[in-house]
Design a protein around this ligand. Structure first.
Ligand code: DC
Length: 229
């Protein structure tokens, strides 16, 4: 039997990380975890409590109520969805009020410590594909395969715009572009676990690749890696 490995996928916003990670996990029979969804879930929770908005951030109040943040993935219908307590928040976390504050929330050390711990527990047995910003650097530094995804900013904005339209979430192209630029900046320059390309990551620029071409490319890498570990 081929060895089951851990696959870490990092990169900028809207590079198609989750789409690739999900397809890869389905093909390999591995679990798939979208770690960005967890930061979005945390952002929504604290937004509802009134501790964060586009204008303010109450870090002290957030730290004090960290233990009340209960996020988990659960199958709903045929989809693996993010739940906050008993509420399915999978759609709301994609909306503009969350996209506008999530990077700010993700800079908070206490949140990162709690979510990273949860992510490491989910991946403790390997056979997992996780995507995010710090997966290869912090969550699974020993992952057998690390990918760093990039794509042309214009193409990324078009993809995110189409995705939101498909979900019936209204947002102008201008807003999508400025949100991506702002998030990339905050994510790469923050003090806590910034988005970096680790030395042992393989870079994939998918600007000109279809979903199936990318999947094929990565599957070949996975197969080589599984033979060599
Ligand atoms: O992958 P995404 O766009 O849904 O992620 C939402 C935000 O969460 C992103 O702007 C940065 C943050 N994030 C992070 O800091 N670390 C991760 N592992 C995943 C996401």
């Amino acid at each position: 039997m081929k060895k089951q490995i851990t696959i870490a996928i990092d990169g900028f916003s809207a590079c198609g990380k989750s789409t690739l990670a999900k397809a890869l996990a389905a093909k390999l029979g591995y679990s798939f975890i979208d770690s960005g969804a967890m930061y979005r879930g945390a952002a929504l929770f604290f937004y509802r409590l009134g501790y964060v908005s586009d204008k303010h951030l109450n870090e002290e109040a957030i730290q004090k109520s960290m233990q009340d943040l209960k996020l988990r993935f659960k199958i709903s219908g045929s989809k693996n969805c993010l739940f906050l307590g008993d509420e399915n928040i999978d759609n709301e976390i994609r909306e503009a009020h969350v996209a506008g504050i999530v990077s700010k929330v993700a800079t908070i050390k206490a949140i990162r410590i709690q979510l990273v711990k949860q992510q490491q527990e989910m991946g403790a047995n390997g056979a997992i594909v996780m995507d995010g910003r710090d997966i290869g650097s912090v969550v699974f530094p020993n992952a057998e395969l690390k990918l760093f995804l990039t794509a042309n900013p214009e193409i990324r904005a078009q993809r995110r715009f189409a995705e939101l339209q498909g979900k019936g979430i209204p947002q102008s192209m201008e807003d999508v572009k400025s949100n991506l630029t702002q998030r990339d900046h905050v994510d790469s320059t923050r003090e806590e676990s910034p988005l970096i390309q680790v030395e042992d990551a393989i870079v994939l620029d998918n600007s000109e690749l279809s979903k199936s071409e990318q999947l094929q490319w990565v599957l070949e890498l996975v197969n080589k890696r599984r033979e060599s570990v």
